[in-house]
Design a protein around this ligand. Structure first.
Ligand code: IMP
Ligand code: MG
Length: 185
């Protein structure tokens, strides 16, 4: 969907559909160099937000990959990440000895990814790297080595390109800010 399909819901577009597409293309080229000579790359998408990034990045890659998915959730009632993570859906793949690339929509506090990276490393992966389309540097709570980031954005609540508000807006083709009226409805 385009911004206009959502009526007045999107107050401001921060990253356009075109900018996302060309940045993903660049990121694919960077990954091809990073994994040159490696035959066995596994992309791990983090459900549900990373579905769009994972699919479009994978389609742009000119190296063979396999793909698997994990679903995780933070414990607790808070809307903010607690750092205590529960696996809702685990990998179907044995990653011992494999090169693993975690694909994420956004890095906010970094707590989920810090936990996930350590978890996958503990399974004996040959390497575990992280690629994320978006990052909020001011929201980061733990040191986190991210190998490739698409865009750094301000610490505000974003929707689109996989990111939801109450499960809506994931299929918006850009990333933007919601209008205040959406929250008050
Ligand atoms: P973290 O553990 O705080 O880094 O949480 C990251 C996860 O929170 C992301 O994978 C998203 O699913 C979600 N998230 C973080 N920021 C936003 C946002 O601005 N809009 C929608 N979801 C977000
Ligand atoms: Mg996510």
């Amino acid at each position: 969907m385009n911004v206009s399909d959502y009526g007045e819901d999107i107050a401001e577009v921060l990253v356009s559909a075109e900018d996302i597409d060309s940045r993903l293309e660049e990121m694919a080229r960077e990954l091809e160099v990073m994994y040159e000579g490696r035959e066995d790359l596994l992309l791990v998408g983090v459900l549900r937000g990373a579905a769009m990034v994972m699919s479009n990045l994978a389609l742009k890659l000119r190296i063979p990959v396999t793909m698997d998915w994990m679903a995780v959730s933070s414990y607790g009632m808070s809307t903010k990440s607690s750092g205590v993570v529960r696996i809702l859906k685990d990998l179907d793949t044995d990653i011992a000895g494999r090169d693993v690339l975690i694909v994420e929509d956004i890095i906010d506090s970094g707590l989920t990814l810090a936990w996930l990276k350590a978890n996958l490393e503990s399974r004996g992966a040959r390497s575990v790297r992280i690629v994320a389309l978006l990052r909020k540097p001011d929201a980061l709570k733990v040191p986190l080595d991210v190998d490739i980031v698409g865009f750094d954005l301000p610490d505000e609540f974003l929707v689109g390109y996989g990111l939801d508000y109450a499960e809506k807006y994931r299929n918006l083709n850009c990333v933007g800010l919601l209008s205040p009226h959406v929250y008050s409805e």
